[in-house]
Structures are given as structure tokens and as C-alpha cells.
Design a binder for this molecule. Structure first.
Ligand SMILES: [Zn+2]
Length: 99
């Protein structure tokens, strides 16, 4: 099966981080918050699909083809940047739905 979005390709990060913990983060390994975003841009095609009352799966697929990144992919980029962990992303972002 093709991944949602069709062309979500990325290199494997050179390293993954795991939370260790210290006094400052009260031994959680996490400090502060970052946002994960999945932004649906209302392009002319998306507006048309909505006005034609298309199935939500079709609108989602169209958005992915136009470059919308699923939450988990947005999270994976944060993992690759060393900002958070895979465990945290799995906890907060839903699985990628296939159209
Ligand atoms: Zn710490």
C-alpha cells in the first residue's frame, strides 16, 4: 500500500534520542511543549471538492497530494530534529488514515 500522501519520503535520521531526565525536567526527559500541525490549505481544488460535498477521504487524499503533511509525519520531523521522541508522537498523533 502506498503511504498516505503518496510521496512522503525522508532519510532515516542519523540518530534517535530517548528521554533520560534530570532535576530540571523532574526526571521526565521532556521540557516545554511544541506544536504538531496538519494544515489543510483551501486551494481552489479543495474548495471545489468541499462545495461538491465529496467524501472526507477524497478531500484528505487531495490535500495530501497537494502537500499537506499528516500529524505523524509532522511528528516524525520533530523526532528527526531531536526535539521529541517516537513514543511521544505515537501517544499524541493518530495513525495515518488511508484514503
Ligand atoms: Zn531533564
Amino acid at each position: 500500500m502506498e503511504p498516505a500522501g503518496g510521496a512522503v519520503k525522508a532519510n532515516r535520521p542519523a540518530r534517535f534520542y530517548r528521554p533520560v531526565g534530570c532535576l530540571e525536567c523532574r526526571m521526565t526527559g521532556y521540557l516545554g511543549r511544541v506544536g504538531l500541525y496538519e494544515i489543510l490549505v483551501l486551494s481552489p481544488d479543495v474548495k471545489l471538492a468541499i462545495s461538491e460535498n465529496r467524501e472526507i477521504a477524497k478531500i484528505r487524499d487531495l490535500a495530501f497530494r497537494e502537500g499537506m503533511k499528516p500529524l505523524r509525519i509532522s511528528g516524525a520531523m520533530k523526532v528527526a530534529a531531536g526535539v521529541t521522541t517516537l513514543a511521544e508522537i505515537f501517544k499524541v498523533a493518530p495513525p495515518i488514515e488511508h484514503a
